[in-house]
Structure formats: C-alpha cells, structure tokens
Design a protein around this ligand. Sequence first.
Ligand code: SF4
Length: 374
Amino acid sequence: MVSRVDTLCDADKEMMLDFSRLCITRLGDHLPLKLFISVLRHFLDANVLKEIDKDRLIIEHAAAAFYGGKGRAVIDVNGLFEMTKQVDHEFINRFSNTFLSIRVRYDDFAEIRKERIFSFIGLVFDLLGNWQDGLSFAEVVKRTFSEERYAQILCEILHLYNLETKMLSNSITFHGPAAKLKDLFAEKLLAAMESTAGEIAVEHARRAYDCAVENLRKAPRKPVVHTTITRQNFHAVEEFLDALSGLPIKGVGFSFYTPHRTEDNGLFIPVDERDPILDELLRLRKKYWRILGLTATMANQFRKDGEFSEWNSIDKCPVNKVCNCYNADGTLKPCTYGSDADCSRCCCASIPLYRAAIRHLDPLALFMIYRMVK
Ligand code: SF4
C-alpha cells in the first residue's frame, strides 16, 4: 500500500516534472536557445530531480514530526536547510565539468529556501491533519483547502523555487561558446518559470479537485461528505459548501479537528474559540439547509458552556462503549481517531448528533440520521 508520505511526494514530483517540462518547452520557442537547451537537457532534467529529492527530504521530516506529535513551529528548519545542501553537493559533484562549473553562494538565497521549506512543512501538516483512514489524496485536499487556496499555496511554493533559481543563476558559470548565451538563457528561463508557475499551480489544484468531484459523482449512492474544521480551513467553509451544493450528495457533516494526546500541530481550535465558528455554521445552515448537517442542538454541545464535558473522556464516550472501530490492518482501536486520540479535546460530530437525537429528541437530528442510513 502506498504510504501517505509517498503519496505527497508523488504529487510533488508530478507537479515539478510538469512544471519543468512546460518551462523547457517554452524556452525552446526562442530559436537562439534551442541548441543550447538540447546540450543542457540532461543537466536540466537532473536539476529538477534534485529538487524533487529535496522536497522528499522535507516532506519526510515534516511527516515524521507530525506523527511524532510535534508542532510545525518546532521543526528545525536550519537543520533541514543544511540537509538540502548535501543534496546540492552531490548534484554539483556530478555535473561540474568543462562545460559549466557551479559554486553555490548560499548566502544569496538561504532565507528564500528556508521560507520554501516552511511552506512545505505547513502544507504537509495541514494535509496530514485531515487525512483520515480510507481517504484519497484528492479527498484530503478537498477537505483541507478550497481549490483557490490550494492553487495559491502551490503557486507560492513554485514562486519561491523560481526566486531561488534566479539567485542560483549567479552561482553557475558556463565555459566556452555557451558563456555568451548564459544571460539570455537565465533571463528567458526565469520569465518562463514565473509565467508557468501560476498556470501549473491552478492546473494541479484543479486536477485534485476534479478527481475528488469525479469520485463523488460516480458513487453508487449519494454520499455524505464529512469534513474536519481546522484553524487553517474554517474561513473557507462557505466557499466549500457553495462548491458542494451543486453535487449529488446527501449532505455535509462537520467535526472539529481532534488532536492526538501529545500533538500540537496548530490545527486544533480550542473550545473557547469555537462559538463564533458555530454561529457562522448555523447562519450558513439557513443558506445551505439542503446539505448542511448541523442542528442548533448539535452545535450547542460543542460550545464552551455546552454538554461537551459529559462525553470527553474514554470512560464516558459512547463511541468507545458501543462501536467497534478498526485500523486499516483489521486490528481494533478504541476510537475512529486512533489509540492516541485526546478525548479531553474530542471534536467528533457523531456524538453531538446522536445525543441531539436520543437525549434531546431533536427532530432535525433524527431526520439527519434517517437520511444517512436510508
Ligand atoms: S476521541 Fe474518540 S474515544 Fe475519545 S471522546 Fe472522542 S470519539 Fe470518544
């Protein structure tokens, strides 16, 4: 089975290869550069693979920190920066020759690369934070970001890569006749990279979204879409509902993000900050009544003064008492969120839903359960 880290690395690889291909194709439109590029092709292909290797390094470290319960802010970005230099050194040793030499001036772009590393860490944390068992990459992207926001993040990452490449061009010296073309090549390459970055980012965001939407459309029964609200995506709920309201679904359910016990990854929204978000969801319910699966009785249980404390421990939790939950390998787990879920910060929506229906005889909650199972 492909791991989540591999899936993230594959998505990055696909985007970087598309980006590189398109940039080189566009450069080839400039006749004087055509020959130059054909000579350099091997170098350019290896260069993008080197970037993909560095991205993998960052993704693996970010994921290890996430699963180790560390916050994104404590990851040693300087240490990671030093590791990426090692990947550069191996590349330089392979490619310095009589045609070109590379002496990297890291001071020129260290801060830009660190910013890019930090953007990647944020993206990995946001996606892994929403990645529940059984979800595809496209579904996780859809749960985590609006399409526009995801395209914006990809574009920022590519833009930082472009800036770094621009600074890096000062570190490369071409020898022989190629030296005369270096400035023209650098100028055209950077123009092509900047004009291509936005296009590739939009295209890859759209692909992730199209894939998730296509899966929704081909579901044999109308599905209920479940979404996790985090500190990163709560501002995009209306946009999200707007996109889903045109699709063949039964409804949309919301939980807040439930962290693991030792986790502090910035996704969790504490109970005393939830009231305005719940008010907003109830406002949106009037507009998206057909799909939004939240009733006032459910919402009130998540509030600071709600009934939240009546179930937020493993001994009192009805999920733990009446449900059998399984890991992907078939072994039992105490809760859908896994063995390390922090019950004191539990934000599972199914408990408020069933409590609203059974304890409070909320007719809307009863109807929602009926719609879900019918
Ligand atoms: S984290 Fe899981 S076991 Fe704990 S209260 Fe929430 S649903 Fe129940």
